[in-house]
Design a protein around this ligand. Sequence first.
Ligand SMILES: NC(=O)C1=CN([C@@H]2O[C@H](COP(=O)(O)OP(=O)(O)OC[C@H]3O[C@@H](n4cnc5c(N)ncnc54)[C@H](O)[C@@H]3O)[C@@H](O)[C@H]2O)[C@@H](O)CC1
Ligand SMILES: [K+]
Length: 504
Amino acid sequence: MKPIDMMVTDLNAEYLGIPRLSLMENAGKAVAQEINKLIDSGSVTIFAGTGGNGGDGFVAARHLLNMGFKVEVILLAHPSRVRSEEAKKNWEVLEKMKFSPAPLELRIIRDSSQLKPPNTSVIVDAILGTGIKGRLREPIRSAIKLINKSKALKVAVDIPSGVEPETGEVADVAVEADYTVTFHRMKDGLKMADPTLTGEIIVSDIGIPPMCEIFTGPGDLLRLPKRKSSTHKGENGRILIIGGSAQYSGAPALAGLAALKSGADLVTIACPESAMIPIKSYSLDLIVKGFPGDHINTKMLKGMLKMVERVDCILIGCGGGLEPETGDAFDLLVQEIMKMGKPIVIDADGLKLIKKDTIKDYHNIILTPHEGEFKKFFSLKSPIIIKDFKEKVTAYHSIANNIKGLVLLKGPVDMIFQGEKVRLNTTGTPGMTVGGTGDCLAGITASLWAQGLSTMDAAALAAFINGRAGELAEEEYGYGFTASEMIDFIPRAMSIPSTTSGIT
Ligand SMILES: NC(=O)C1=CN([C@@H]2O[C@H](COP(=O)(O)OP(=O)(O)OC[C@H]3O[C@@H](n4cnc5c(N)ncnc54)[C@H](O)[C@@H]3O)[C@@H](O)[C@H]2O)[C@@H](O)CC1
Ligand SMILES: [K+]
């Protein structure tokens, strides 16, 4: 796991209803229990930082006291600097416990001159964990050097302080631990770090159910690209939508608008002339290029492929209609685009006209079928009627694995399959059966993918955002909301909730 994955999971655990304080309690207790396995009595000195890592140390202190250890907690900052709410709570408990007969010492170190070589059996490094940023500041830097000089047994909380959580590198100095107790899942940085720093790595469960990594939640919004202030037009995703026909001009427009609302910089629509005026009239923000004809056909190929070169992601299908000529055109387009290695999203009529064999070996593709399109695309004979949800996920997962690309199967619970990976999304409302919500999802998917998210993150987050936008639209308009009204709620559906607020 990368730190971002841990933050996403952590926030989704909170969304599920598991308070961060419980995670911290389980983490601190796990550290105490590991220490108790190593020695059964003696003194423990806990060096604590001001974030969640320090908070784990405060919790460990409490459990170690209960296990009969003599405990000294050295906070390497003034208590007012303790950032994390949960850590602050646990520090305050220790402050109240000062008056108890328990052998507990609390010391506050403001600068390194106050540091003394610890005389103790075990040192706990609860200074920095996944929240480390930039060069080590004092007194943390000196504390780390002091810890490394000691002969005591050293146990690092989550990650040895000074080790970069993602890469395992050490910019300056780092704690040389005998053991590292990390939480929930192994961290990439730990695996790559120098073993003389991590010592033996112990992965402790802290009560986060695996479903927090499977079901999408607001935590996934943390993966949205951060806008660089120096960014300029076109850098944040350029999308080409190939679709539309004489009778369907709304679908590509909805997909295009949803793509813009979810952050894409430039959206161009390539459509038959018959759809060009209506689409242009929907919105000034969509660039529309019309090709002669009522529906997409192979004569348009050359011109459309020129447009493909200039974009980051191509969405094919919206409102294309089902003319055989359109099927030929889509199939040839996809073959050419695959040669260019560009990401392709196939939705709606594209799923009805493009054959599975054409795209089955291409990784860089996302299909966004509903159940009917899924069954047709994978030419399933008998309708699959499975009552048990888990069995249904397993069955559909194995069918989706007939192609190398990602399948986002829309439904009351969206199922997202990519290789052995499965994500599930429960946002959305029955009101979203209104026409056009699928076009919005396809537009958001192409937009997030074009903005640099991974294939899986783009699809999972698009499903989450589209469903949230539907929920918000329903709150505002009731069941009768339309897809174009839903689009206006996309930005709000993308706002990242603050972690402590707890997400409704
Ligand atoms: N994510 C989770 O699911 C859980 C995380 N927990 C703990 O929370 C930790 C992450 O907590 P935080 O995000 O608060 O971050 P950390 O506790 O790792 O460190 C952040 C604190 O250290 C300070 N700091 C950062 N870089 C510094 C530097 N270079 N020099 C000096 N001070 C520096 C910051 O001011 C901040 O107060 C994890 O490592 C883990 O120990 C646990 O409570 C269990 C649950
Ligand atoms: K640490």
